[in-house]
Write a protein that binds this ligand. Structure first.
Ligand code: HEC
Ligand SMILES: [Cu+2]
Length: 357
């Protein structure tokens, strides 16, 4: 529906686009189909039943079963089609695929998007992806709320301090599409945008190989873990290990001292690093220091990627799509309550602590 002079609709460039547009068109049609007869009826009855003689007594009306049935059933069917259509589109969009072809980590900050491919390439305000492949984004922010939005893909998601949110899409048409921040985030919010470049696989491979990849997030995470942050001094494995075992924990359930459980997912790992005493794993002492304020969101993303890799998870089999259990949501609450503290800890003007920028 892209015309030359009024770009009412952006390009349709993802597998979601037609679904969202169809649902939208349906809502418009239903609204028009009700508005026109109702307005017409107002005028028609206004004329037909206007006051002709003073204080006339109107004729009494008695109920009509047929009429009442019809005006209950038709709106019921219409609202159910809206609900089912909406639920289908929503579910499809917000359940990330288990086997994405490409994974990208996104950190928003005032006022830019920092992206990193799981193969290590970094981008700022630009995202290169291959056409016809499922791409999954794992997103968080260093400061305030942002919202990652690509209108041509008909998809967007809030990026929230202190937790991970996920977005996925499959682009259907090579091209260059606008990327926006769709949540007011301060002075230069309107400038916090960029472009998504959708390329043929061959061009994408060229692009990838033409860019210095540096360390992958997993390698960065290992480096932080073993050298820079000294996690390995407690978590190195072996009999003298003082920290909990990190191999193979991803997706498993952990028990805490004093009761309670959680399923190990990205959020849980992040939480364990920032707020270790909040949930102490059964059988251990609360000796792990907090790393709050010492690691950036980008470093956290790498640490999470590394710890996931210890379970043989290459970042893809995320728990995002899994239904939250009671214990899981308890873990999320903890994260949320520490999100603000974390926001203050990070300074948007501080240079990124990653060496390979
Ligand atoms: C002083 C020793 C020590 C250091 C240093 C340390 N940890 Fe821990 N860690 C522990 C202990 C003990 C536990 C188990 C008790 C708890 O949950 O607090 C633990 C638990 C964890 C867990 C949760 C494991 C589970 O099974 O649920 C993760 C994840 C973790 N640590 C990651 C890290 C990372 C990443 C670092 C470095 C940034 C680090 N730790 C540094 C001692 C340490
Ligand atoms: Cu923003």
């Amino acid at each position: 529906m892209q015309t030359n002079w009024v770009p009412l609709f952006p390009d349709q460039a993802s597998t979601f686009a037609w679904q969202v547009d169809l649902l939208y068109a349906y809502l418009i049609i239903v609204s028009i189909a009700f508005t026109i007869p109702i307005v017409a009826a107002i005028f028609f009855f206004g004329l037909k039943y206007r006051e002709r003689e003073k204080y006339a007594t109107p004729e009494e009306m008695h109920g009509s079963i047929t009429l009442e049935t019809v005006w209950s059933i038709i709106p019921f069917v219409i609202s159910m089609t809206i609900f089912l259509g909406g639920a289908y589109v929503y579910y499809n969009q917000y359940t990330p695929p288990k086997d994405p072809a490409l994974e990208v980590y996104v950190v928003g900050k005032q006022w830019m998007w920092k992206l990193q491919h799981s193969t290590g390439q970094r981008e700022i305000n630009e995202l290169h992806v291959p056409v016809g492949k499922k791409v999954k984004l794992t997103m968080t922010t260093e400061d305030v709320l942002h919202d990652f939005s690509v209108p041509a893909f008909r998809t967007k998601a809030d990026v929230i301090p202190g937790r991970y949110t996920y977005l996925w899409f499959e682009a259907t048409k090579p091209g260059k599409y606008h990327l926006y921040c769709a949540e007011y985030c301060g002075l230069n919010h309107s400038g916090m945008g960029g472009w998504v470049y959708v390329m043929e696989q061959r061009d994408f491979d060229n692009w990838l190989s033409g860019n210095v990849s540096g360390q992958t997030p997993v390698e960065q995470g290992r480096d932080l873990f073993e050298n820079k942050l000294g996690c390995a001094s407690c978590h190195a494995g072996g009999p003298q290990q003082r920290g909990a075992k990190l191999e193979g924990i991803y997706g498993k359930e952990v028990k805490f001292v004093g009761g309670g459980t959680a399923t190990v997912n990205d959020e849980y790992i992040r939480n364990s690093i920032l707020n270790p005493s909040g949930q102490v794993v059964e059988g251990f002492q609360p000796i792990m220091p907090t790393f709050k304020g010492q690691v950036t969101e980008e470093q956290l993303v790498s640490l999470v990627a590394y710890i996931k890799s210890l379970s043989g998870v290459t970042g893809s089999a995320s728990s995002a799509g899994s239904t939250p259990t009671a214990s899981n949501s308890a873990a999320n609450t903890t994260t949320a309550s520490h999100g603000n503290a974390n926001t203050q800890a990070s300074n948007p003007n501080a240079p990124a602590a990653n060496s390979n920028r």
